[in-house]
Design a binder for this molecule. Structure first.
Ligand code: URP
Ligand code: ZN
Ligand code: ZN
Ligand code: ZN
Length: 516
């Protein structure tokens, strides 16, 4: 009689807290045992890790795929293709976005918006589990009653689908929220223990800068970055912290790239506020140089491939990001995977090179692919090239913290016997034939480019396991083992500020929009 379905032998287990040689026993898709040595005869199947490092599978908590509302236009990924590319790079859970269907009315409107997304993905072959955040695109009206309605709607959405996080935008035409609407949202997220994710850029400054650059004919891809300098992110970040302080709501800033934003976040954290931050590999590994048109390049528009918001920053900025990752200012690293075919970016090509007015960068869809490359790039730079203090820090940022912050720990993001899904990455032993040169074809995604083409990395996931089954092995996908599910998550994963040093939300002092 086998005790385990699978045993992984001779690996070095690395979690957010430990690094030690051990064998892992897997049963029923869960981690069943971790021990110095587990007898091979107890399992139906054995994988020899040959001394390779074993980490929990990555959690990429910021991924955009095709969804019913098409808020971001024609991204190239389905949930199926995104999960496929994810496991090919060692990521075993993705959290993508459902968007509010602004046409729906009533107390189940948000819940039904999420339902539409889940229904869309049901027919697809999923290689790993996925969760959904909700993008709030619009609130009904600018009145205080809105926060009570939103409170009911969020509760229904959570009860029905286990969605425990929402994203709001302080920029983008059509999505930018007023401070008043953000306060209403925070009031409702606070009551429901839901995490508020903030895209912090001052949309009014971006609009003003964009129009001004266009009038001067400065519309090539590089000027997208010029239109949204680091202070634009810094201002919105400190404003959002003020709003969150008023409402006593934990917040998480997504895709943080600016030193001013990091300073505000650090200051808020030091004062005891529950303020968290995400960054993405592009802000450490690419720079605004990668959006420029170089005269020796035959294709002068290629910089459009790297247009994203917040934009890529000056090269020297990357040191600040690495430091913030290591000292705890930044809590998680996600990819912000948002892949468009290069041809989709051509909408911004018109007028970009003829000094014409009214065309150019504002029409380039924002975003780049990255769900597959996130872990290998950061394993290489952070661990092998020592830009992070330890491999445990790498696991914390890419696996464990996202699971904790988004309410799916220790099922995900950990290797805890009896509790964690057997979502595992086995890396190549150090003696193996690595480095690997990144090529777009390796990424198993439908996008026609990667910003990291030609980058060399010193390791790559050798095996990716989801629910104890190998879904990716030595460069190949194993479709017959692909079985991803929708993942419900828990609320209240971040405690409120209220109990920190007797601190009270600002509105308690001045009166509340609606007393609890
Ligand atoms: O440029 C980006 N980041 N595109 C994706 C949408 C977003 O704001 O996250
Ligand atoms: Zn965003
Ligand atoms: Zn995004
Ligand atoms: Zn599952």
């Amino acid at each position: 009689m086998s005790v385990y379905d699978l045993i992984i032998k001779n690996g070095i287990v690395c979690t957010a807290s430990d690094f030690y040689p051990a064998d892992i026993g897997i049963c029923g898709g869960k981690i069943a045992a971790i021990a110095d040595s587990i007898d091979s005869s107890l399992a139906k199947e054995v994988i020899d890790a040959e001394g390779g490092i074993i980490t929990p599978g990555g959690i990429d908590a910021h991924v955009h795929v095709d969804e019913p509302m098409k808020l971001l236009g024609d991204v190239v990924d389905t949930m199926g293709s995104a999960t496929q590319s994810a496991v090919a790079g060692g990521t075993t859970t993705v959290i993508a976005f459902a968007s509010q269907d602004v046409g729906l009315r009533g107390p189940k409107a948000l819940s039904n918006s999420v339902r539409q997304a889940i229904d869309l993905y049901e027919e697809q072959t999923l290689y790993c589990d996925y969760g959904l955040h909700l993008i709030i695109a619009r609130l009904e009206d600018e009145s205080k009653q809105t926060c009570e309605e939103l409170d009911d709607q969020l509760r229904n959405m959570y009860d029905d689908h286990g969605v425990s996080s929402v994203k709001v935008f302080m920029t983008y035409p059509g999505l930018q929220m007023s401070d008043y609407s953000i306060l209403n949202t925070m009031y409702a997220t606070r009551k429901n223990g839901i995490t508020t994710m903030i895209h912090a850029e001052n949309g009014d400054i971006v609009r003003w800068m964009t129009e001004s650059l266009e009038l001067q004919g400065l519309v090539q891809p590089y000027y997208h970055g010029v239109s949204r300098p680091t202070i634009v992110e810094g201002e919105a970040t400190s404003r959002a912290i003020t709003l969150a302080t008023t409402m006593d709501t934990p917040i998480l800033f997504v895709h943080v790239s600016s030193p001013e934003a990091l300073d505000s976040i650090r200051k808020a954290q030091t004062s005891g506020l529950k303020v968290y931050a995400e960054t993405c590999p592009q802000y450490m590994l690419l720079s605004d140089e990668d959006t420029k048109c170089h005269h020796d390049q035959s294709d002068k528009f290629e910089g459009a491939k790297n247009v994203c918001s917040p934009p890529l920053r000056e090269k020297q900025n990357e040191q600040r990001i690495w430091k913030a990752m290591d000292n705890g200012t930044i809590t998680i690293v996600s990819s912000d995977h948002c892949a468009y075919l290069y041809s989709s970016k051509f909408r911004g090509k018109h007028n970009a090179f003829d000094n014409g007015k009214g065309g150019g960068f504002r029409y380039i869809p924002n975003g780049m692919p990255g769900v597959c490359t996130r872990l290998p790039l950061l394993f290489d730079q952070g661990y092998l090239k020592n830009k992070l203090s330890s491999l445990m820090k790498f696991v914390e940022l890419h696996c464990t913290n996202p699971a904790k912050i988004y309410g799916c720990y220790p099922k995900k993001g950990a290797l805890l016997p009896g509790s964690s899904d057997a979502d595992i990455v086995i890396w190549y032993p150090s003696k193996s034939k690595v480095p690997v040169k990144i090529r777009n074809e390796m990424l198993h995604h439908p996008c026609d480019y990667t910003p990291y083409e030609g980058f060399e990395v010193g390791n790559w996931p050798r095996y990716t396991l989801v629910h104890g089954k190998v879904v990716y092995k030595e460069g190949k996908l194993l479709q017959h083992n692909a079985e991803g599910h929708y993942l419900r998550r828990n609320t209240n994963s971040i405690p409120r500020n209220k109990w920190v040093n007797g601190w009270r939300p600002a509105y308690e002092k001045f009166g509340t929009p609606q007393q609890e």
